[in-house]
Design a protein around this ligand. Structure first.
Ligand code: PHE
Length: 347
């Protein structure tokens, strides 16, 4: 076979191969086998040098023509195969935009936040300011300024998590009392503030105890503030939260930073499931009292001229009573079946 015939043969053979090839990879293979360094066409062209000089240009031209033809066929076929591949991919990944979407759930406020908001709204309407304190407090504000010096036995009841010997996770929002008094300019009028937030105690968690819970502190300091003001303030709050008609009971208690100190219960009508007989139950809701003169003095406030009341309530407790929740851990377990009962739609 002379070179011309070889070239014709190759053209025929490769044309058929190109025609038959069904993937981009196969066509790429054909290209390499034909035009690569060791490719069939390259091999044939190497024989050109042994030809008669008169024949060389003719065969050379022919070889170039065949090469261009085959190259064009290869690239055309490759293009078609690539398009087909893309079409197939698009078809397989097609998105039906008319299908209904997946609805996802919109969160609502946690029941504890709802109670806190209600209490904040109530006090804002009474002219109080809301002060958010810090959860990491100093021993000074958490204890000492609250009339609990380092060796005070009442510290035992509020053991907590210490970061350093003088910095701790606050055990009570009362720490904000001293900060508020330090900040307030009494020439502008009385201090009226509430301070909601998280507090921590070293406690073993059970149905009614949690090592982390919430408090809302209240503090009013001004001239001629009396225990009657405290009573009226608390009655107004419980009337709003639990509805009018719940009597309050003040029991004598002890806190180092109030004198006198009180614990406050509110009445609850209960009905015995078996006998249907009605009864009144008292439920403790908060601690309170008149601000201790030492606490005022430490804030450079003259106890002869100024007096005040303070209270600390647990919104967790309020929510438990208000909604009949019997285990404080429910608030923190993130169980949607529990949380969904307090959904506020449209908020
Ligand atoms: N801080 C007290 C506690 O955590 C509650 C309290 C606040 C009592 C303010 C009196 C006045 O138990």
């Amino acid at each position: 076979m002379d070179i011309k015939e070889e070239l014709e043969e190759l053209k025929k053979k490769v044309s058929v191969e190109i025609d038959k090839s069904s993937s981009v990879d196969l066509i790429e293979n054909i290209r390499v086998h034909l035009l690569g360094k060791k490719g069939d066409l390259t091999k044939i062209l190497k024989g050109l040098k042994d030809l008669d000089p008169r024949e060389k240009p003719v065969v050379g031209q022919m070889a170039n023509k065949i090469r261009t033809q085959l190259e064009t066929m290869i690239s055309q076929k490759k293009h078609i195969l690539e398009e087909n591949k893309l079409d197939a991919q698009l078809a397989s990944e097609k998105i039906d935009v008319t299908l209904p979407g997946e609805t996802f759930q919109i969160g609502t406020k946690h029941v504890l936040q709802q109670i806190q908001d209600q209490i904040e709204d109530h006090f804002l309407s009474q002219g109080y300011q809301v002060m958010y304190g810090r959860e990491i407090e100093t021993d000074e504000y958490n204890f000492e300024r609250m009339n609990l010096p380092k060796d005070h036995p009442a510290r035992d009841m509020q053991d907590t998590f210490y970061l350093t010997p003088n910095v701790l996770l606050r055990t009570q929002t009362s720490a904000m009392q001293a900060r508020a008094m330090d900040k307030h300019d009494f020439s502008t009028g009385p201090l009226k503030m509430i301070s909601p937030g998280k507090v921590y105690r070293r406690d073993n968690d059970d149905a009614t105890h949690s090592h982390q819970f919430h408090q809302i502190e209240g503090l009013v300091v001004g001239k001629k503030i009396t225990l009657a003001d405290l009573k009226g303030t608390l009655q107004a709050l419980t009337d709003e939260l639990f509805g009018k008609g719940h009597a309050m009971r003040f029991r004598q208690s002890y806190f180092p930073f109030t004198e006198p100190s009180l614990e406050v219960d509110i009445s609850w009508n209960t009905v015995d499931k078996n006998t249907a007989s009605q009864d009144i139950e008292w439920i403790e809701v908060l601690g309170a009292g008149m601000v201790h003169p030492n606490v005022l003095k430490m804030a450079n406030i003259d106890p002869e001229e100024y007096s005040g009341f303070a209270f600390g309530l647990g919104p967790d407790r309020f929510a438990m009573i208000k909604y009949g929740i019997d285990d404080i851990r429910n608030f923190y377990l993130d169980d949607l079946r529990f949380l969904k009962q307090f959904c506020q739609v449209g908020e």
